[in-house]
Design a protein around this ligand. Structure first.
Ligand SMILES: CC(C)(COP(=O)(O)OP(=O)(O)OC[C@H]1O[C@@H](n2cnc3c(N)ncnc32)[C@H](O)[C@@H]1OP(=O)(O)O)[C@@H](O)C(=O)NCCC(=O)NCCS
Length: 191
């Protein structure tokens, strides 16, 4: 499936109350490259790495319905971050995980929680999956709260899981099951 077909299949815009999620398009890549190469974009706790523009374009071309990135936009169209879902390589099953980040001056305003709520609605509405998972550094309270407010439960600690700023850090694994999600918080229709 190429990008255009993917774009047609996924909602063009997943509409929330204060933010929308819009499937990332080629025009977003320069801004995305700028974001992901700035340490402050990933906050204090995430592993840092530099990603070249060709690498970003290659990843973008590999997007599928299984692995999609969305730009988080405010209602005035300003782009304030990204959220994505992807499947992990695992010998048994295909765990579906989400990742997200906001630009520093838009944090702490509820947008992160709303973006997580929207993507969880979208994933349970559009896929026959039983769970969505996320992992976060044990010190990352904002991320943990956003997950907990969406209904995620902490499953446990993955010890020395993330390599960040020269050391191995513990991370919490969180998940939300379909039966815990029950019904959409924000989205009410599927593509
Ligand atoms: C994690 C992140 C996406 C959360 O989004 P956000 O919009 O900042 O969070 P929200 O405003 O929705 O807040 C969620 C909760 O966390 C709390 N919170 C926000 N920032 C916090 C902080 N620095 N420390 C402790 N709690 C914090 C909020 O008060 C809110 O809880 P409340 O409703 O009980 O008051 C955002 O902070 C971010 O992009 N951080 C840097 C990148 C990152 O860490 N990504 C996640 C990797 S797992």
């Amino acid at each position: 499936m190429n990008r255009e077909q993917l774009f047609e299949l996924v909602f063009k815009v997943l509409e929330g109350r204060n933010v929308n999620l819009r499937v990332m398009e080629k025009e977003d890549l320069p801004l995305f490259a700028e974001w992901v190469n700035k340490p402050e974009f990933f906050g204090e706790y995430n592993p840092l790495r530099q990603t070249s523009k060709p690498e970003i374009e290659k990843d973008y071309d590999k997007s599928t319905l299984e692995q999609t990135g969305f730009i988080i936009e405010k209602k005035d169209g300003s782009k304030i971050g990204y959220i994505c879902h992807f499947t992990l390589v695992h010998p048994v099953g295909r765990p579906l995980e989400i990742g997200y980040s906001l630009v520093p001056n838009e944090r702490g305003k509820g947008y992160g929680t709303e973006a997580v709520e929207i993507i969880v609605d979208y994933l349970f509405l559009s896929k026959s999956i039983m769970r969505v998972q996320a992992c976060t550094d044990t010190r990352n309270l904002a991320s943990q709260k956003a997950l907990e407010k969406t209904g995620f439960k902490k499953e446990g600690t993955m010890r020395k899981y993330l390599f960040s700023r020269g050391e191995l850090r513990d991370a919490y694994l969180y998940s939300i099951l379909r039966e815990e999600w029950k019904q959409p918080k924000i989205l009410t229709k599927t593509a």
